[in-house]
Design a binder for this molecule. Structure first.
Ligand SMILES: Nc1ncnc2c1ncn2[C@@H]1O[C@H](COP(=O)(O)OP(=O)(O)OP(=O)(O)O)[C@@H](O)[C@H]1O
Length: 297
């Protein structure tokens, strides 16, 4: 069942079109990734899903209702979640808990119990993010919207946050996750929507997006004796062949390894230092958005 349904969503700020005809559905229990360069419309979209912004056109339904009517079912951690520097972790949790008749206490599961007396301003980036998740979940939401949760964290804290997100999903919460990190999307997300200039340019599982890239598989080896490159190029599975010193680098489709090793066996050539690489979601993202760092606007 779709727990989030976005249809032809449009939103502009004055003359600037931030989101243009965006449609997607998120199934209950999914972690759905929202990816794209700066200014692509990700935050505006998830703010409309959270009921914090009103769409100019199209529709958004969460649990079949307008988001503003089911606010209690949506937990939101926004990009700029800041609390007063002197507020203690325990005080923040108590304050947010007071908004709900039966608040959920995630502090133990998120490893916050030994930090309840710590002031917000003294917390590490990872602890601030864990507190932000605890506050987003205090109302036992069915849907959690997490916007750039791990930006600014060191790699270890980012990985720790990923396992927290997996725990949240295991508890049955559907997650809409805005991220700039492809590794994060690949590890966590069931499906991702790649945004560019206010539109979704691709929507699929991370592995399906990767397999769309031409030459998604690369086989590298040093042939035991000279090999006519044209023989490799003639294989239907091969998209390109290049030589790096003695090494040949063959790119192509999924069945590339079998095709190349069969050819070598027929020619009685041994592949030395054989290595197979798969392109990553990072490569797919660069191809879909036209650049890694290029902002959209
Ligand atoms: N409150 C606002 N007023 C005017 N323009 C805005 C406002 N919020 C966003 N925009 C513009 O709308 C476009 C989409 O912004 P949005 O924040 O949704 O993108 P984003 O993909 O989340 O970017 P980022 O990764 O930088 O957070 C951008 O051009 C941005 O400058």
């Amino acid at each position: 069942m779709a727990i989030i349904e976005v249809r032809d969503l449009g939103k502009r700020y004055g003359p600037r079109v931030a989101v243009d005809s965006v449609s997607f559905e998120v199934a209950e229990g999914e972690i759905f990734g929202v990816l794209g360069p700066n200014g692509a419309g990700k935050t505006t979209t998830v703010e409309c899903v959270s009921g914090l912004r009103k769409p100019d056109s199209g529709s958004v339904a969460v649990l079949g209702e307008r988001p503003a009517d089911v606010r209690a079912s949506i937990g939101v951690q926004l990009q700029a979640s800041e609390l007063p520097e002197r507020m203690r972790v325990g005080e923040a949790l108590a304050l947010f808990s007071s908004f709900y008749p039966s608040p959920a206490d995630w502090s133990a599961r998120l490893g916050l119990t030994s930090h309840l007396k710590a002031e917000f301003g003294q917390l590490s980036g990872g602890l601030k993010q864990r507190l932000a998740i605890a506050l987003a979940l205090v109302g036992s939401p069915r849907v959690a919207v997490l916007d750039e949760l791990t930006t600014g964290l060191d790699p270890q804290a980012r990985r720790d946050t990923w396992s927290v997100i997996e725990d949240v999903r295991a508890a049955g919460v559907t997650i809409l996750l805005v991220t700039h990190f492809m590794e994060e999307a690949e590890r966590l997300c069931d499906r991702v929507a790649v945004f560019r200039a206010g539109r979704i340019v691709a929507l699929d599982t991370p592995s399906a997006l990767v397999s769309r890239v031409d030459g998604a598989t690369r086989v590298r080896f040093v042939p035991s004796e000279p090999l006519d490159v044209a023989l490799l190029e003639a294989l239907p599975e091969v998209t390109s062949v290049s030589a790096v010193g003695e090494q040949l680098v063959v790119s192509g489709s999924e069945n590339l390894l079998h095709a190349v090793t069969s050819l070598l066996a027929r020619r009685q050539v041994v592949a030395r230092q054989l290595r197979v690489d798969q392109v990553s979601l990072d490569d797919a993202y660069v191809e879909l958005t036209g650049g890694r760092d290029g902002a959209d606007r």
